[in-house]
Design a protein around this ligand. Sequence first.
Ligand code: BGP
Length: 458
Amino acid sequence: MSLPKNFLWGASTSAYQVEGAYNEDGKGLSVQDVKTPFPGTPNFNVCSDHYHHYKEDVKLFSELGLKAYRFSIAWTRILPDGDGEVNPKGVEFYSNLIDECLKYGIEPIVTMYHFDLPYELDKVGGWTNPRTMDAFVKFAKILFENYGSRVKYWLTINEQNMMILYGPVIGTTKPGQEGLLYQSNHYMLLAQAKVFKLCHEMVPNAKIGPAPNISVNYPHTSKPEDNLATLYVNAVRNWLYLDIAVWGKYNPVAMDYITKKGFKIDITEEDMQILREGKPDFIAFNYYNTATIEAYSEKEAATQGDQQIALGDPGFFKGVANEFLPFTDFGWQIDPLGFRTTLMEIYSRYHLPLLITENGLGAYDKVEEDGSINDDYRIEYLKQHITELKRAVETGVDVMGYCPWSAIDLISTHQGFLKRYGFIYVNRDNEDLKDLKRLKKKSFFWYNNLIKENAESL
Ligand code: BGP
């Protein structure tokens, strides 16, 4: 079974993790710029300094053979305070980046918002305030006006579900806002639906979709209670977001959880109309692994997690280790078959083309004396996942492209530069910026070859 000739072999980054230049050329501050980094990890001021290296980086992406580059636009470069004056320098930077991609025949896939809410909007309540929803629509309009003729693929919000479930870890939920979590979620969903509609009106040839983090999870045992707990996790983590994006309907199981947890949401009939009217053309999603779930008694204490280590919610569900799956060096389980299952399940539910916008292995990479980086573990991880992707396609799942995380090393949300994902090594660490030199890893040459042969060998 062959993948389509126009398959979007890509790779991903996000603005706040790769660009640096956090206060240059008129950029405003985002919540990521002002947050306190995890102990031992750097701030986001320089990152991989992609802002100043973008020409060199895009040239490397073309040598890598990328057909697509998925990056995000820093809202605060375009609108420094979130919804006021446009910053022409910011507009120019992404215009140049897009042109640079197109020059090499690389399709830009643009995420509008990847965890970096403008700080000025955060100060007035962030997503708890409907003003942020209007600001996002205004921001999207500026992007369509400026880049609509050149960008064919748009993604609205990266991992909205993870921002809701793990907001304090990602740096997107402030203490005191917890009770309004699902009200914020509702405003984000409304903003997204409005932007879907706006995109179709303003750039009818472009395609747009959501970009949550989706995985279909397992009950730990065949105990009916574990199965029910898993149903809740899948609804709260996955289907809540996709049912609204695609059908404009709140998932009833997720709604039951939201209500029982005591969250209040103000939903009007007009809102539901907006949600029904905004339709995506495809579903993009990030996949790192699955979770394994047990029932969780109300009497037990809550457990912590991160985007990929399932949290526990007393009375509903608890994430436990899956005894059949290995772990990465950073405690995330590795589940290529779960990737196939997830692709098949999403496609069976929604019948829309799928685009993988993140998947990859965070690891400690070592530069050898001769400058080589032998990341065979990353090659193995990607090989296994792409093999399962092909098997999903064989069963009839429509997959548009695959953009692993990440095109180039960048700052991880938790471990800074200790945990690397890129095909291209960036010579810096958590303490020292060094020379920021770019080095091709072994996985670079492997991926380049895989793209050339359209993964026929897998
Ligand atoms: C996803 C985010 C990315 C990225 C990735 C890896 O949830 O969308 O921004 O950071 O996870 O996570 P980490 O950096 O924590 O290893």
